[in-house]
Design a protein. Structure first.
Length: 163
C-alpha cells in the first residue's frame, strides 16, 4: 500500500514508480492488518461458541435491527456493508433458510427487493449482543484509556472521511 504521488496528473500516476512504505509505515500497516484479522477471528469464535450466528450473520442482523421497520433494500444494505450484491444475496439465502430474515419484493418498484428481519432474527441479535459487546470491550476498550479511545476515534474518523 502506498500514498498516491499527487504531484503527477492522474494519467501519469498509474505509470509512476510505487512510493513504497517506509519501515515505520510498514510496521503500522502490518500491525493494523494483524489486529483487524485477530479481532475478527476472536469475534467470530465468540459468536460461534455462544450462539448459532456467524460474524456475517451478526453484521446483517445489526444493520436490519437498527433500520426503520427492521428492513432495508438489498442494494442499499450491500452498499452500507461494502459487500457485493452477490455475497449479500447468498448470505440472505442462508439466513432465510434459518428463519432469521426474509426477502420481500418492493410493491412500488418491481425491480427492487427488501431484506426484512424476522422475529427469530431479532431474538437472535438480542441474545447475541451482550456477549458480542463484552468481547469487543475485552479485545479493545479494556486496553485503552479514555484519551486513547478519543485519539483512535479521531484517527479512524479522519481515515473514514475519505470514503
Amino acid at each position: 500500500m502506498t500514498r498516491a504521488n499527487t504531484s503527477l496528473p492522474p494519467s501519469e500516476q498509474a505509470n509512476a514508480a510505487p512510493q513504497w512504505l517506509n519501515s515505520r509505515e510498514q510496521q503500522v500497516w502490518r500491525a493494523w492488518l494483524n489486529t483487524h484479522i485477530q479481532i475478527n477471528a476472536e469475534l467470530a469464535q465468540q459468536l460461534s461458541a455462544d450462539t448459532s450466528l456467524s460474524l456475517s450473520d451478526y453484521e446483517v442482523l445489526v444493520h436490519l435491527s437498527e433500520s426503520p421497520d427492521n428492513q432495508q433494500r438489498i442494494v442499499a444494505l450491500a452498499n452500507t456493508m461494502q459487500w457485493s450484491r452477490s455475497r449479500l444475496s447468498h448470505q440472505i439465502t442462508r439466513m432465510a433458510k434459518r428463519g432469521l430474515v426474509r426477502r420481500e419484493t418492493c410493491d412500488a418498484d418491481g425491480r427492487g427487493a427488501f431484506v426484512v428481519l424476522e422475529p427469530a432474527g431479532l431474538e437472535a441479535i438480542t441474545n447475541a449482543a451482550p456477549g458480542h459487546v463484552k468481547k469487543v470491550r475485552e479485545l479493545i476498550f479494556d486496553h485503552l484509556s479514555d484519551a486513547e479511545v478519543e485519539k483512535l476515534l479521531a484517527i479512524l474518523s479522519k481515515l473514514d472521511a475519505q470514503f
